[in-house]
Design a protein around this ligand. Structure first.
Ligand SMILES: Nc1nc2c(c(=O)[nH]1)N[C@H]1C(S)=C(S)[C@@H](COP(=O)(O)OP(=O)(O)OC[C@H]3O[C@@H](n4cnc5c(=O)[nH]c(N)nc54)[C@H](O)[C@@H]3O)O[C@H]1N2
Ligand SMILES: Nc1nc2c(c(=O)[nH]1)N[C@H]1C(S)=C(S)[C@@H](COP(=O)(O)OP(=O)(O)OC[C@H]3O[C@@H](n4cnc5c(=O)[nH]c(N)nc54)[C@H](O)[C@@H]3O)O[C@H]1N2
Ligand code: SF4
Ligand SMILES: [Mo]
Length: 691
């Protein structure tokens, strides 16, 4: 049996793995050891790797849709045929409507890794500013809040920490390396505070669990800041020397004293005070924030308030605190010097967010649907969808479906015939992570480069995402912009300034740190913000007409989307857990994974179930002002009374289970455009069987 090392990319946790092969086929794969902890994490998705890679459902050759007697018929095609048609169409749209009428949209699976860089490069060569990712609901909106506070996104130094605050993150099921690090720190005496509206494995390990009302995280952070300032628990030396706006913040937080806001958040006054004291007086301490803060219409201000806690306690860039990483120097492979600055991007209403970072790209995902449906600011006519299943994953799926139906041309790059792929005119079949070599940019902003290395040949006639983009570019005549024959050449070019090469990465399969970890770097160079200090008050936000200090009013745009709860929709719906067997809409077609969690549930508190005469296992209707779905009820006290958790990602398996039929994309974070995929007002009623 042969062994090969690579990085798993079945989800975004990027675990180093070893793959066992026989005659060039994957037999099994396992994670390489994380930090030594008592509980070793088991990943069912990785165990199912051979089932995923060799699934009979894989699309194995390009497909072109033909209409026969009003019925769609998929015809197998060669790559040459498929790419020639796409190149011809793209030329047509550019000459007829302008290059901006073509949009390239990507989902989570493409990472901020090379496929994303190459897509942006392609679109810059083509002349369209509309390459749009899903970061408004995943990570990037949160990241901008860190940027506008201390200039870069911090990450927790769990292993050296004595107090860890886990804020809206469930590493137990989503990020094993993080989970193992938390266990490691706990075994060495670290305190654990968890902010989560739902009971999880992590909340049961916590010293304090704050079962917050969803979306109220900014209120809680401001409330903790009020305690820390009024009880004089902040790091006065750090705050005096390294922050701007302390007096303004101090004045603002008075409105959020625990006694005033605890009830609004479903929390206990004393528990808030106790958490603030424990966090501020245990050194070193770190906070990790997660997707529990994303997907809210106030994600930006919520996250910024949490960032301020890190600054007030002087934890930023301290050993055991919140590290401020330096990005690895790379060549700009996105060809940004060719970005068409003279064309308004469809995301123009979010001018701070749409290009806040030099390589993250544009993530105003809702603007794609606006542009198609409302033709605002102009119509998008053709869409390339890469690594995404928006019919299931975008808020307000019905509106998205209307948009797809209106488009003149859709290309989908995926592995499976998803509900989204069915709307395509051409499907380009790509590979799993085991069949391609690519960089994982996620870690590169943290001084670390790893290579996801190809361990088997491509299955059938599939191509890696990189090859698809390179070959399409060549069909369009962009040989100069895409001079590489192999992805290795492109990676080496991108990494030139760092001196790291594909060859050196293959010798170091755990990756390479560009430089040694250094703490408190700001003492030499300041913070990478406009003022060189941590910005509790942000002049940049003020200049753009946004609150320079976070504010939370109950009725304004800044509030969670279930405020003003209507009598018909008295419950708070929470988009459900990410079980470790599935990734979003993926993998329910893999029998060995489906059998671990065969059906979706709505978790409802016994009190709410009783008033609705709902018993465990009853079929229930969940309704919002936007739509309704049906699932089985699970009566459970993991949720707070007044809220229900609705299983996430099942809309691919069965359209009737699509939680995004319930969500709304009209209310958005005014700064980052983020709709509330996470929580919404709803009601749950027992389904009455007729007949
Ligand atoms: N198995 C698996 N792993 C995955 C994924 C997957 O689909 N499946 N997806 C990947 C992706 S793209 C992402 S973005 C990450 C996400 O991973 P995480 O960042 O861990 O996010 P979630 O698991 O969505 O939610 C984290 C916790 O936030 C809580 N939460 C919900 N609403 C709120 C709120 O309003 N406030 C607070 N404080 N907490 C709240 C949830 O109950 C949950 O326990 O996981 C990645 N890893
Ligand atoms: N209501 C609600 N909405 C949500 C969320 C939620 O929790 N609740 N989560 C949000 C979050 S955090 C995210 S990240 C998004 C995720 O949204 P999507 O990115 O749309 O999520 P997936 O369902 O994982 O779809 C990924 C698709 O890419 C394909 N794929 C897998 N690997 C590759 C690859 O290497 N290349 C290509 N080209 N395709 C590949 C898969 O087959 C799948 O069809 O959903 C968001 N929407
Ligand atoms: S958690 Fe599992 S699926 Fe995700 S990267 Fe790690 S091994 Fe792969
Ligand atoms: Mo995500």
């Amino acid at each position: 049996m042969e062994e090969k090392h690579t990085i798993c990319r079945l989800c975004s946790a990027l675990c180093p793995i070893v793959v066992h092969l026989e005659n060039g086929r994957i037999i099994s794969a396992e994670r390489e050891a994380g930090p030594a902890v008592e509980e070793d994490y088991f990943c069912p998705k990785l165990k199912a790797a051979p089932d995923i890679v060799y699934s009979a459902d894989r699309i194995k050759t390009p497909l072109i849709k033909e209409q026969e007697k009003g019925k769609a018929n998929w015809k197998e095609a060669s790559w040459r045929q498929a790419l020639d048609i796409i190149a011809e169409k793209l030329d047509f749209f550019r000459t007829t409507y302008g290059a901006e009428s073509v949009c390239w949209m990507r989902g989570m699976a493409a990472d901020w890794g090379a496929p994303w860089d190459y897509a942006i490069r392609f679109m810059n060569a083509f002349g369209s500013p509309n390459t749009i990712g899903n970061g408004a609901v995943c990570h990037v909106a949160r990241e901008m809040a860190h940027f506008l506070t201390y200039g870069v996104m911090s990450y927790p130094d769990y292993k050296n920490s004595q107090c860890i605050v886990v804020w809206g993150k469930n590493d137990r099921d989503c990020n094993p390396q993080g989970y193992e690090s938390i266990l490691y720190a706990k075994e060495r005496g670290a305190k654990l505070i968890v902010v989560d509206p739902i009971e999880t494995t992590l909340t049961s390990l916590a010293d304090i669990w704050l079962q917050i009302r969803p979306g109220c995280d900014g209120l809680l952070a401001m409330s903790m800041i009020d305690v820390i300032i009024s009880e004089s628990l902040y790091d006065k030396d750090f705050v005096g020397a390294w922050t701007v706006g302390f007096d303004e913040l101090k004045e603002a937080v008075g409105a959020y004293a625990p006694e005033r806001v605890a009830q609004e958040m479903w929390l206990d006054v004393e528990k808030i005070r106790e958490s603030a004291r424990l966090y501020a007086t245990t050194k070193p301490a770190c906070i990790v924030d997660g997707n529990g803060l994303d997907m809210h219409v106030n994600v930006f201000q919520n996250t910024r308030s949490v960032c301020m806690l890190r600054a007030l306690t002087g934890s930023v860039d301290k050993k055991g605190g919140d590290l401020l990483p330096k990005a690895i120097p790379t060549e700009d492979i996105q060809l940004n010097e060719r970005f068409p600055n003279d064309i308004k991007p469809i995301s123009f209403r979010y001018p701070l967010f749409n290009r806040f970072h030099k390589t993250r790209g544009d993530h105003v995902l809702s603007s794609v649907v606006d542009a198609i449906v409302e033709e605002d600011p102009y119509p998008i006519k053709a869409l390339i969808i890469q690594a995404s299943n928006p019919v299931v994953t975008m808020a307000n799926s019905k509106r998205l479906l209307r948009a797809l139906e209106k488009l003149e041309f859709i290309v989908v790059i995926d592995l499976f015939m998803t509900r989204t792929a069915k709307h395509a005119h051409i499907i380009l079949p790509t590979t799993t992570c085991f069949e391609k070599t690519q960089l994982n940019l996620g870690s590169m902003s943290r001084n670390h480069v790893t290579l996801q290395d190809q361990v088997i040949d491509c299955v059938g006639n599939t191509w890696p995402d990189s090859k698809i983009t390179f070959e399409l570019a060549k069909r369009m005549g962009y040989e100069n912009e895409f001079p590489w024959d192999t992805v290795e050449e492109a990676i080496d070019y991108q990494l030139t300034p760092s001196g790291i090469t594909v060859e050196s990465l293959r010798k170091n399969h755990h990756g390479i740190d560009y430089e040694e970890t250094r703490y408190e770097k700001y003492r030499n160079s300041g913070f990478p913000t406009q003022s060189g200090k941590v910005e509790l008050y942000s002049e940049t936000l003020r200049e753009h007409g946004y609150p320079p200090i976070p504010t939370f009013d109950e009725d304004g745009k800044n509030s969670p989307s279930f405020h003003n709860q209507k009598a018909d929709f008295p419950l708070v719906g929470i988009s459900g857990a990410r079980p470790n067997s599935f990734v979003h809409s993926q993998f329910r077609n893999i029998p060995s994974l489906l059998e671990q969690e065969p059906e979706p549930f709505v978790d409802i508190h016994p009190k709410d179930a009783e008033t609705r005469d709902i018993m465990d296992g009853d079929s229930v209707k969940v309704a919002t002002p936007n739509g309704r779905i049906t699932m089985k009820a699970r009566v459970s006290s993991v949720v707070h009374p007044g809220s229900v958790r609705i299983a996430w990602g099942w809309g691919e398996y069965n359209a009737d289970f699509n939680i995004n039929d319930l969500t709304d994309d009209e209310m958005r974070d005014p700064i980052t455009s983020t709709p509330s995929n996470r929580c919404f007002m709803c009601n749950v009623v027992k389904e009455v069987k007729t007949g």
